[in-house]
Design a binder for this molecule. Structure first.
Ligand code: ATP
Ligand code: MG
Length: 213
């Protein structure tokens, strides 16, 4: 029987091949999504179309580094709501990297893993202006800046500026936040039209956010 010898591909050859392969352009919408709302969807859609990205990955965190864990509901509910929110948009997908890893979700760790898994992809990390303001406090921010291009989206009451190289994209200003939605539900007020109908159905079926925190 003839044995086939494997061609040897060196690291240099791999790098050369990668350099000449057209890179996929992928946006990442990281967040707690507690719950996802129209603000998230409008910003993702605006960035996707204005930058001509191939995909936007919605990536719920396991444990956000910057939020009170007491008010964050179980990951399975947040994932289920994101799935319902993005359903029907061919450009939107769910990214489970942080949920599956568990623990505190540092974006730097996640992006190292995603870059290793997808060396042929350029990542755009989408953040609202409140998060841009907080960038100096992010874990290993200088290293993270080498892995992703940050994309900033204006948000009411936050300045659209940074000393970091943020690419600002225009999107309609929407004064909607997950905190506002949680608060309104706890007060018995309607959140219809602030979240997609399918998310509202899920919140009602599961009886989420009825108790005040
Ligand atoms: P919370 O009120 O609980 O902090 P949130 O509405 O800020 O919730 P997150 O899941 O924390 O939602 O946010 C995910 C990302 O979306 C962050 O980068 C945040 O800045 C951005 N974002 C959320 N809502 C808006 C909005 N209305 N306009 C612009 N950016 C937004
Ligand atoms: Mg927030």
């Amino acid at each position: 029987m003839r044995t086939l010898t494997q061609p040897v591909i060196t690291v240099e050859m791999k790098e050369e091949i990668l350099k000449n392969t057209p890179h996929k352009q992928v946006g990442i919408m990281g967040g707690t999504f507690n719950p996802p709302h129209l603000g998230h969807l409008v910003m993702a859609e605006s960035v996707c179309s204005q930058l001509g990205l191939d995909k936007i990955l919605f990536m719920p965190d396991a444990q956000p580094p910057h939020q009170n864990p007491k008010t964050t509901i179980a990951a399975k509910h947040r994932v289920a709501m994101v799935e319902r929110a993005i359903d029907g948009n061919a450009h939107f997908d769910l990214e489970r990297a942080e949920i599956d890893r568990g623990g505190v979700s540092y974006t730097y760790d996640t992006m190292v893993t995603l870059k290793q898994k997808h060396p042929d992809t350029d990542f755009y990390f989408i953040v609202g202006a409140d998060m841009v303001k907080d960038l100096p406090n992010w874990h290993r921010i200088d290293d993270l800046l080498k892995l992703v291009q940050f994309v900033g989206v204006k948000r009411p009451e936050f300045p659209a500026e940074s000393r970091f190289p943020v690419l600002w994209v225009d999107a309609p200003l929407l004064d909607i936040s997950s905190s506002l939605i949680r608060q309104r539900i706890a007060q018995g007020c309607s959140v219809r039209y602030l979240v997609p109908d399918a998310v509202l159905d899920y919140i009602e079926e599961e009886g989420l956010y009825r108790e005040k925190h």
